[in-house]
Design a binder for this molecule. Sequence first.
Ligand code: FAD
Length: 156
Amino acid sequence: KDKSIGPVTKEDLGRATWTFLHTLAAQMAILSRMYPCRECADHFKEILSIQKNQQGNKKRMLKNWYNSSCPSLYMAILSRMYPCRECADHFKEILRSNPPRAGSQEEFSQWLCHVHNTVNRSLGKLVFPCERVDARWGKLECEQKSCDLHGTSMDF
Ligand code: FAD
């Protein structure tokens, strides 16, 4: 039977969402580009425009930005708009006890892995080894690297 014409299950939705989130976390520049908060996005843009000769300053400001409430805001919005009630309620609860940590791309990927494992445990699934996150989600596979964003410009 062709499953692609039937309704979406919470498992389909979950798999698609985790795939999206982990890929996003592996490519943090894109995550910051789509922030739903104008102020966060504008500040990020400003930091990116800092000249090359001020690398130290830029690094420090980026770290502060990632540590600010901006990444948490994105996750909070997702937990409110997630279209499976039981999962959204579960996610809100998990976020309360595991506030997003996003001091860097690596930290955010690891935090997401930890949170996904919390969901895995509660569903009786195997825990994923978080040191394998980059191997699994680090780059997008496609011909001639036409969809891989690594190394491309971070300009808006
Ligand atoms: P998934 O858990 O969907 O994982 C997809 C792929 O991600 C795996 O094949 C694996 O390669 C990789 N992966 C697995 N764990 C990790 C990890 N820790 N880090 C990185 N990569 C990993 N379902 C419910 O029934 N009840 C709920 O309350 C519920 N809450 C959810 C909350 C959220 C925010 C989301 C996104 C989904 C939720 N789901 C819930 C769905 C559930 O988590 C699964 O997506 C679904 O059961 C399908 O599971 P799966 O075994 O195919 O793999």
